[in-house]
Design a protein around this ligand. Sequence first.
Ligand code: SAH
Length: 225
Amino acid sequence: MRMLLAFFVAVLLLSDPFESAREKMVRTQIAARDVSDSATLRAMRTVQRHRFVPESWRDAAYDDRPLPIGYGQTISQPYIVAYMTELVKPQRGHRVLEIGTGSGYQAAVLAEIVDSVFTIEIITELAKPAADLLKSLGYGNAVVKNADGYYGWKEKGPFDAIVVTAAAEHIPPPLVEQLKDDGKMIIPVGTPFFVQTLTLVEKRGKDISTKSLIPVRFVPFTRGK
Ligand code: SAH
């Protein structure tokens, strides 16, 4: 009897009550729109988004919207996370830099696909819990640094891809420098607090091309003192 009870408790602990909500999120918000990259869809199906939002918002974790994560910051809408992920064409073996760790969710999605993720967060109070959470969920291949991401992370570069999740008024030149030849960067560019343009930057030798994609609203890219 006691064994049976222990078994049911174990099953309950191991099961994920949000699995069907997550599946529905991928089907209706992501695959039904235009995201089709199989690695991206698999990562979106796997990462437990509810673990990255504050307790009080847990029931809304799989809704089609950004959510507050404290300190005036937000975790992006699931579709935007998937769209940005697909655009940098992440692959196993890749080394990716993210600017704006926030909750750590985007970093986890990338860490499901690529070999190593380096992510920088300027707010200390967010960087520490995100690092702890990523570690506790088994994303040992995602490393968090508390710094101003404008300068990138030169010692860890060059990167196959860079994902910037805060709205910048211009594309930081150090980030372009730290992209590999043939590397891709996705970054919201525009005026903070207004609508920005999600921009894809591609580097081919000395040739840097930029492509404007969709209008987005991100929290501002702030600068260290
Ligand atoms: N990728 C995050 C979304 C975070 S919102 C997620 O999945 O949850 C954007 C984050 O960028 C905020 O946490 C903000 O503090 C951070 N940020 C803004 N300017 C920054 C900078 N210069 N360097 C590093 N992080 C920055």
